[in-house]
Design a protein around this ligand. Structure first.
Ligand SMILES: Cc1cc2nc3c(=O)[nH]c(=O)nc-3n(C[C@H](O)[C@H](O)[C@H](O)COP(=O)(O)O)c2cc1C
Length: 472
């Protein structure tokens, strides 16, 4: 099934027992976030808050609270098949100047997101139930906005999810890191002495939301990725105040400009489980707020793992496995545990065919402009089940000689990492936990792995069953 509107998605999730309506009166300040966070941790359903204190709008959270629900909501279907399609798109899509592929987008004029149009002084951000998620957060913020900007030089559009702290009824701070598409567009506009046009889609097609947090190469459009992966073009509609397009089925669209004026943003709880420090970021000023007649306000609660963003990141990472294997064919699998924070710790297995191949690959992976935001890579042989964390620890304990098998590289890493205090320079490390060839061990062969005698085990199991020795 393919969902353009959050209303239809919510109905379908409810039918499947994957969404609960919450009729209790709860506040967007700490209360909705607390119930969301507890529900996500318990691997519970999406939540539709129908009685939001002080607001006449429903709030939807935890839609992406599992990899399976994420794949269902986006319409991307099977992870591996979708990953192969994504790898093909990344290879084939040329820098053609934007998102006008007919198989990916469809431009319409009568858009649901324009049912209500508020402009000028009526364009009031205070109408929207933005969440204050944790006690020490600096204030309320949009936690799931899809921010569209266009490159001031080429016109190529970018979509990314960047937290937006509400400053007042018209302004919010754009928390985009310097390496992000939005920040790069802003910098180009600033150098030209111009304000950057921006459109913020709150609750577009779920496929667009997930595509917006994909680390796609700059020449690949997020909207193209959403359309191709779900097999149905995304309906887009022209912006009221710029030449850009926004998803027509968005629940709410804010349009305005990002001004070259910095404001102190944060602190805010992040996916790391720590608060991000107060830092200066540019300010978005809304010119218009448009919405559907009964919009659903989408939100997520970032915080100590596992929260919803862990599962979004996990789904995205799984989708990128085929693309990573195209770049490095020896890779057999990639897995990042939820507590590894957005792929910051990643397990990789490889088909190792020659001595020092592990170190060589780690060196390349650490330096590559890889889509994975990895800080620590653990490398294993292909016979290691890297999704089995006990096996990973056992292999690491035995296969790693830290002095010989550790590779460290200085690199730019995106922010929000408590350990990387001297931004933008950070370090990454790779640990080679593969089986070593004799050439890597001063000629010594790797020891034989302990394996039981199959006949003796078969007999032992029979005896054990007769005596009820083993728990099934
Ligand atoms: C829930 C959520 C919140 C995010 N918040 C931020 C943020 O505040 N700032 C940021 O730079 N990236 C944030 N990201 C990550 C970006 O959306 C992601 O890196 C995306 O690929 C950026 O797109 P871009 O490279 O086109 O800028 C967030 C991702 C998710 C899923």
């Amino acid at each position: 099934m393919i969902f353009e509107s959050l209303q239809t998605l919510a109905e379908e999730l409810e039918k499947q027992g994957e969404l609960k309506r919450i009729p209790h009166r709860l506040s967007p300040c700490l209360e909705i976030p607390a119930l969301t966070s507890e529900t996500t941790r318990a691997q519970g359903p999406a939540l539709l808050f129908t009685n939001v204190e002080d607001y006449n709008m429903q709030v939807l959270t935890n839609v992406f609270g599992s990899v399976e629900r994420t794949m269902f909501a986006t319409g991307f279907g099977d992870l591996r098949k979708a990953g192969i399609t994504l790898a093909r798109l990344i290879k084939e899509e040329k820098a053609v100047g934007g998102i006008k592929r007919p198989d990916c987008i469809n431009i319409i004029d009568q858009a649901p997101c324009r049912e209500i149009v508020l402009e000028g002084g009526s364009a009031d951000l205070a109408l929207l139930p933005a969440l204050k998620c944790w006690p020490l957060d600096a204030g309320a913020a949009f936690t799931l906005p899809v921010v569209f900007t266009a490159d001031p030089e080429t016109g190529i559009m970018n979509a990314g999810i960047y937290r937006m702290q509400i400053l007042d009824s018209q302004r919010a701070i754009m928390h985009w890191y310097p390496s992000s598409g939005g920040a790069m567009h802003f910098e180009k506009a600033r150098r030209q002495g111009k304000k950057l046009q921006a459109a913020v889609a709150l609750g577009p097609d779920p496929a667009v939301t997930i595509a917006a947090c994909m680390p796609l190469p700059r020449h690949v459009s997020e909207v193209d990725a959403a359309g191709i992966l779900r097999g149905k073009p995304v309906k887009m509609t022209p912006c009221l105040h710029s030449g850009m397009l926004v998803p027509a089925w968005s629940q709410i669209v804010l349009e305005g400009t990002v001004e070259p004026v910095l404001a102190a943003e944060g602190p805010f709880a992040t996916h790391t489980g720590y608060y991000s420090p107060e830092e200066p970021f540019p300010v978005f000023r809304a010119k218009s707020v448009t919405m559907q007649r009964n919009p659903i306000f989408p939100a997520t609660v970032p915080g100590p793992p596992p929260q919803e963003d862990c599962f979004m990141a996990q789904a995205v990472q799984e989708l990128f496995i085929p693309a990573a294997r195209e770049a490095f064919p020896e890779i057999t699998d990639i897995h990042s545990p939820p507590h590894g924070i957005f792929g910051r710790i990643v397990f990789v297995s490889i088909r190792k065919e020659y001595p020092w191949q592990g170190r060589e690959l780690l060196d390349k992976l650490l330096k590559a402009n890889s889509p994975l935001p990895h800080k620590i890579i653990w490398l294993f042989d292909q016979d290691t089940d890297i999704r089995n964390h006990d096996e990973v620890l056992w292999k690491m304990a035995n296969h790693l000689n830290p002095a010989a098998d550790t590779v460290v590289a200085e690199t730019a890493l995106w922010g929000m990492d408590p350990a990387c205090f001297n931004l933008p320079a950070c370090s990454r490390t790779g640990l080679d936990c593969t089986t070593k060839f004799p050439e890597e061990r001063r000629g010594m062969a790797w020891p034989e792995k302990v394996r039981p005698s199959p006949d003796a085990v078969a007999k032992a199991k029979k005896v054990a069953a007769e005596l009820g020795l083993l728990k099934s």
